[in-house]
Design a protein around this ligand. Structure first.
Ligand SMILES: CC(=O)CC(=O)C(=O)O
Ligand SMILES: [Mg+2]
Length: 222
C-alpha cells in the first residue's frame, strides 16, 4: 500500500521547519532607545525553526540569560519562494502574516556586541519566536499601516505602528531574496518599535495587531 501524504497547510507554517529571517533596527525609535545607529541597509539575523512556540506553551528563559526582553514584530509568511524577487513582484510572494515576538537575551546580546560575536545565543534559543495564528493576506490588506502593541502583566509596553518601518515589506522581501533564497513557509520578522523591556518567570505577555489578532503567552523556566 502506498504512503498517502497530506498537503502542507500554510496556515500551520511553523510546522514546516523553514527559516525565520529577522530584520533588526527597522524602527528608528527602537534603534535610538538601544543607542544603535539608524541603519542605511537592513540588519539581518536568523532563528532556527526550533524557536517557534504557539499559544498554550511557555516562553522559556534560557539558563544563561539574566535579562530576557520582549520585542513585538509583524511577521510576513512567504507563500511562493524565489531568488532575486523584484520589489514590484514582492507582495505576490506573500501568503499572509503573523504577529511575532523576537524574544532576546539582552544581556547576552550586549556582551556579544561588545566582543564582536554573532547574536545566536541571544536570539536563536528554543522558544525565542512566539507566533500568533496565521493571518491570511486578505485579512491585512495594508500591512504597512497597522498598530502593533504589547502588554506585560496588563501594562502597555510597546505601542508602535508599521508605517514607521524604515524598510518596507516589499523592499525587505526583495532585499532578503537577493541574499537568501526564500521558500514557501519562511517567516520574515520585520523589526520592533520602541518600548522593548524585561520579562521574568510567571509574567504574562499579551500582544496584538489592532482589530486583527491578539495572543497571550506566559514566561517560564526550562
Ligand atoms: C537590537 C535588536 O535586537 C534588533 C532587533 O531585533 C529589532 O527588532 O530591532
Ligand atoms: Mg527584533
Amino acid at each position: 500500500m502506498g504512503i498517502i501524504s497530506s498537503p502542507r497547510n500554510i496556515s500551520r507554517f511553523w510546522e514546516w521547519g523553514r527559516k525565520i529571517i529577522c530584520v533588526g533596527r527597522n524602527y528608528a525609535d527602537h534603534a535610538k532607545e538601544l543607542k544603535n545607529a539608524v541603519p542605511t541597509e537592513p540588519v539581518l539575523f536568523l532563528k532556527p525553526p526550533t524557536a517557534y512556540v504557539k499559544e498554550g506553551s511557555l516562553i522559556l528563559v534560557p539558563s544563561y540569560c539574566r535579562d530576557l526582553h520582549h520585542e513585538v514584530e509583524l511577521g510576513v509568511v512567504i507563500g511562493k519562494g524565489g531568488t532575486a524577487i523584484s520589489r514590484s513582484a514582492a507582495m505576490d510572494h506573500v501568503a499572509g502574516y503573523a504577529l511575532c515576538l523576537d524574544m532576546t537575551a539582552r544581556d547576552v546580546q550586549e556582551d556579544c556586541k561588545s566582543k564582536g560575536l554573532p547574536w545566536t545565543l541571544a536570539k536563536a534559543f528554543n522558544t525565542s519566536c512566539p507566533v500568533s495564528e496565521f493571518i491570511p493576506k486578505e485579512k491585512l490588506p495594508d500591512p504597512g499601516n497597522v498598530k502593533i502593541w504589547l502588554k506585560v502583566n496588563n501594562q502597555l509596553r510597546q505601542d508602535g505602528h508599521t508605517s514607521h518601518m524604515i524598510f518596507s515589506i516589499p523592499f525587505l522581501v526583495s532585499y532578503i531574496s537577493d541574499i537568501i533564497t526564500l521558500e514557501e513557509g519562511d517567516l520574515i520578522l520585520t523589526g520592533t518599535p520602541r518600548g522593548v523591556g524585561s520579562v521574568q518567570e510567571h509574567d504574562e505577555i499579551e500582544a496584538g495587531i489592532e482589530n486583527v489578532v491578539q495572543m497571550t503567552f506566559s514566561v517560564g523556566r526550562p
